[in-house]
Design a binder for this molecule. Sequence first.
Ligand SMILES: *Cc1c(COP(=O)(O)O)cnc(C)c1O
Length: 339
Amino acid sequence: MHQQHTRSDFRSDTVTRPSPEMLAAMSAAEAGDAVYDDCPTTSALERLAAERLGKEAALFFPSGTQSNLAGLMAHCGRGDEYIAGQQAHVYRSEGGGGAVLGSIQPQPLPNEADGTIALDAIAAAIKPDDFHNAMTRLLALEDTFNGIPLPDDYLQQATELARAHGLATHLDGARLMNAAVATGRDPAWIAGWFDTVSLCLSKGLGAPIGSLLVGPRDLIERARRVRKMVGGGMRQTGYLAAAGIYALEHNVERLREDHARAQRLSQVLREYPELGAGEAQTNMVFMTPVAGFDATAFTGFLAERGIRVGGYGTLRWVTHLDVDDSDVEAVARACADYF
Ligand SMILES: *Cc1c(COP(=O)(O)O)cnc(C)c1O
């Protein structure tokens, strides 16, 4: 472990702090004014991301919420509509930004357990071109969804369905690299089904701040205007972009380690059926304790041992750069003592 930690923090993969190597890359960065498009390191990160995801252009954002918003607003205008999962981050967890700031109507549809939205539900929700209706413009999917990579054939079927109806496609790929590593697919293959893709650097990739929106140049230029409007045009972002370059160059393949640790964690938790733990496909384990089990007492017991877990009702364990095998074994010992 690169830093002394008093806790095993499984709440989220957003809790990581930059490693000494990443900090060294940041402090050595060359930075200029990125709003003037005059920051060599930010431009290098944008080129690298565009290349890794097989797109023409990329733009650096302070957060995934903002890169998703700019993606929505690049595709949709006032009175247009986007289709997304009822549980999708972009619909549920981003303050309704598409509606508030873009005047874009969301059309949420139920997510299946594997994160997909039924194709017939999508087809039925696409409104005919009639003056009574909002104009359905965009299908937005999320990969990974609750730690589950979208199935290969679904990526193809859903995006082909959208295109056949003249819809654009956006992927909230906050954890796209986890999906790529878990499925063995090239990230550019996954991104290739979509017009625009948002990727978080500050989740499992371990950068402190930053997301990227990638896509065709004309859409990225529209997104640049949105970014400016919402205050995301930042100046010497080269220091942050250096962390992003470091993350893309060093922290993608190692996501396998997080996935293996999540599997081990799932094994540990599944020894206790009352916890209702599921399996791990990438870096997350969800557990819904059985009725009558005092989850608050259990998480309180873990907290006394410095182990933190996310969520309420359904609890979420996330592995990342700042938890190692000893943290997982600490959970195993804590569970053994508790039960
Ligand atoms: C984290 C996350 C985002 C973006 O979150 P920010 O905290 O704004 O960077 C978007 N979508 C999903 C699925 C996420 O997990």
